[in-house]
Design a protein around this ligand. Structure first.
Ligand SMILES: NC(=O)c1ccc[n+]([C@@H]2O[C@H](COP(=O)([O-])OP(=O)(O)OC[C@H]3O[C@@H](n4cnc5c(N)ncnc54)[C@H](OP(=O)(O)O)[C@@H]3O)[C@@H](O)[C@H]2O)c1
Length: 332
């Protein structure tokens, strides 16, 4: 793009929206005008950003009447469902963080380290995958390309920040003995809840089916057998995942470890003799995906176990979306 783009952040007062702003500043993302939008509740509130005070505006049908090149949406599925097509129809490229458009075959679902070429196929909306899927994809794509993948078993340990500001309040107040249950049906302090998003008729939660379906869409392979159990744990930031994979081809473990270490966006931390493995607190505030406990699963042929940790608000949401926006700048 020759000129600097006009940019909108929808859901600017939220946890992901605030992180969008932080990351736009960190990466020195160029823009001419920046519009911050949220619900009527926050309209008129002020956000200081890069030396300027911005007034938050209410998102309405007319918000995109002004020329906006790129809009980063993180204001919930219903908001995206309604307003992303309105923005797209006015010529805005929407990078959407909600689950509203991810399954739509017309909408690219993108992790820039994995399938960046999909971005150019967009028809106005590009979907950011689910936070737990993004970090799994960064870890599995190099293995998929080199060895092929037959089956995946995901078991996640997801932080409360994945439920936005309400999840954080539930844990912080819960630790003081007050169970608010703003985001969860049970106390989260001192508990692990095998329940993220709502339950479906097949017994899985929506979060589990998102991981399954999004993995297949991003890798472009419907043959992979996948199952998932997603669990909310009393951790503030970063999702941890046990990924068990059955690869198609035999592998040499040290070669596989080197392949992961050399792949984009990955840091391998794997020295059990020194108690070194990825930890949620260390990953918080970072943009990379951390992988450790790399070992064979002896129970099946070509079986592999990984422990994969990443900051769900950064790489799992805002960083991934800003990386997509950076690629958009190259093609707009
Ligand atoms: N947290 C994560 O790890 C994560 C990861 C990936 C994706 N996401 C997705 O990102 C979105 C936001 O998550 P969050 O964690 O940032 O939630 P949050 O902290 O609760 O923030 C929600 C934001 O959406 C705005 N909003 C709500 N209803 C709106 C409406 N009708 N019109 C315009 N703005 C509206 C809110 O504005 P007000 O201040 O005016 O209410 C606020 O800015 C969700 O779709 C979520 O699924 C979250």
């Amino acid at each position: 793009m020759q000129r600097k783009p006009n940019l909108a952040v929808v859901g600017a007062t939220g946890l992901v929206g605030g992180t969008f702003l932080k990351i736009l500043a960190e990466r020195d993302f160029p823009y001419e005008n920046l519009y911050l939008m949220a619900s009527a509740k926050s309209a008129g509130s002020k956000i200081d950003f890069r030396g300027r005070t911005h007034i938050v505006e209410e998102l309405t049908e007319h918000s995109f009447d002004k020329p906006i090149d790129i809009a980063l949406f993180s204001a919930g599925g219903g908001t995206s469902e309604k307003f992303a097509p309105i923005a797209a129809a006015k010529g805005t490229a929407v990078v959407d963080n909600s689950s509203a458009w991810r399954a739509d075959p017309q909408v690219p679902l993108v992790v820039p380290e994995v399938n960046p070429r999909e971005i150019a196929k967009h028809k106005g909306i590009i979907a950011n995958p689910n936070c737990s899927t993004i970090q799994a994809m960064v870890a599995l794509k190099p293995l998929y390309d080199r060895y092929g993948i037959k089956r995946i078993v995901y078991s996640t340990y997801q932080s409360v920040s994945g439920s936005g500001l309400k999840g954080i309040r539930d844990l912080e107040e819960g630790l003081k003995g007050k169970d608010l249950k703003l985001a969860y049906p049970h106390a989260i302090a001192g508990n692990c809840l095998p329940h993220i998003d709502s339950f479906l008729d097949n017994g899985y939660t929506k979060e589990e089916m998102k991981m399954i379906n999004e993995t297949r869409k991003i890798l472009g392979d419907d043959r992979i057998a996948i199952t998932a159990t997603t669990v909310r744990v009393p951790v503030l930031y970063s999702h941890s995942e046990s990924i068990n994979a059955e690869l198609e081809k035999p592998f040499d473990l040290s070669e596989l470890r080197s392949l992961l270490a050399a792949s984009p966006g990955i840091v391998v931390i794997d020295d059990p003799s020194k108690n070194e493995y990825p930890l949620a607190r260390d990953a918080a505030g970072r943009d990379e995906v951390f992988i450790g406990r790399i070992r064979r699963d002896f129970s099946v042929e070509n079986g592999l176990n990984l422990w994969v940790v990443a900051d769900n608000i950064r790489k799992g949401a805002a960083t991934n979306a800003v990386q997509i926006a950076e690629k958009l700048l190259e093609i707009l």
